[in-house]
Design a protein around this ligand. Sequence first.
Ligand code: NDP
Length: 340
Amino acid sequence: MSAKIYYDTDADLGLLSGKTIVFLGFGNQGAAQAQNLRDSGIPNDKILIANREDAYAEDAKSKGFTVEHDFAKAASVADVLFLLIPDQVQQRVYNGQVAPTLKANATIVVASGYNVFYQLLEFKPTQDVVMVAPRMIGSSVRSLYEKGKGFPCFVSVEQDGTGSGLATALALSKAIGATKAGAIASSVREETAMDLFAEQALWPHIIMLFREAFSVLKEAGCSDEALCYEMWMSKEPAEIFERAAEEGFIKQLKHHSSVSQFGQLSGALALDGKDAREHFKNILYNQVLNGKFCKEFSKIEADLEKEGAENPLNELYRKSEESELGQAEKRVRQRLAGLL
Ligand code: NDP
C-alpha cells in the first residue's frame, strides 16, 4: 500500500493570504514552525504567538513576534490555530480556553494524532481539523529549513468543515517547509498507531532485550565497563541506525565483518518471531487502537506532576534502574566521572 506524497508544487501559499495564524505554544515545534512560516513570506503582523507569560513568551518576543498571553483572545482572531503545546495538556487547555472563542470556520492544526484520534478535543463541525506532523524535533525542523532542505512530515485532513481543508493543510505544510522533501499523506489513526506501538511494543522489547543480554553476559564473566561500551556507550547502535536510515535497514550490514553479517542474518532468520508478533498484535489492537491505554493514562496523568514515589513515572524509573544493567551503568559512569 503506497501513500500519496505532496510536494511544494501541490501547495499554494496564496491561500494563506490575509489569514491570521496563531501558534499556541512556542516550544520545541512552535518556535521552529512559526519562524519557518514567517521566513516563507507570511507577514509578521499576521502571526500571533499565544503563550503564558514566561521564558517561552520572552523567546518569541526576542525573535520579533507579537505575543498574547490571553488564549481566549488569541483564539478569537485565529483563522488558523497551530496547537503546539504538549499532548497531555491539550485537552484541558484547548477545550477550556481556546475552543469557546475560536471562529466557526477556523483551521485547527495538530502536530500529533493523539488527541484527535481519541476524540479528546471539541471541534465545531464547520471547522477544519488537519494534521501536519513533522517526524523531527523542532531544532531540526528549523535547521533543515534554514539549509533550504525539507524534513519528513505526515499530513492529513481529519475534518473538512470548510471544504478546503486539504488545500489549507498543504499550504501550511509548504509554509513550514514540510513539502520540500515531500509530505506523506497519513491520518491521526496511522500516526497514533505507529507512535504508541513503537513506544508500547517495539521499544519495550528493545529495552528488555538489552537488559536480559546484559545479565547473561555479566553472568558469563564480562565486566560492567566492557558491557556498557560494547552494548551502547560506544554509540555503535546509533551508528547502525544512522546507516540503516541512509543506506537500508538490511544493506547497512555490509559495513560489518563477514562473521558479524553471517551471525546477524542467520540468527534473525532462525527466530520465527511468532510470540513477538502475537504480543505486538495484542498491544496494537487491545491497548492502542481500542483506546484502553488512553483511558488508563488519563487516570494517572495528574500524578505525573507529583514529587517522589507518588509520581508513577519516578517509580518506573526507580524499578528500571534496579536492573543489573541500570546498576552497572551507574557504577561505570561514577567511575568515569571520577577520572575527569
Ligand atoms: P513543548 O513541550 O516544546 O511545548 C512547550 C510549549 O507548550 C511552550 O510554549 C509552553 O509554554 C507550552 N505549554 C506547556 N504546558 C502548557 C500549559 N499547561 N498551558 C499552556 N501552554 C503550555 O511541546 P512540543 O513542541 O514538543 O510538542 C508540541 C506538539 O508537537 C505535540 O503535539 C507533540 O506531540 C508534537 N510533536 C513534537 C515533536 C518533538 O520533537 N517534540 C515532534 C513532532 C511533533 P509555557 O510553559 O510557557 O506555558
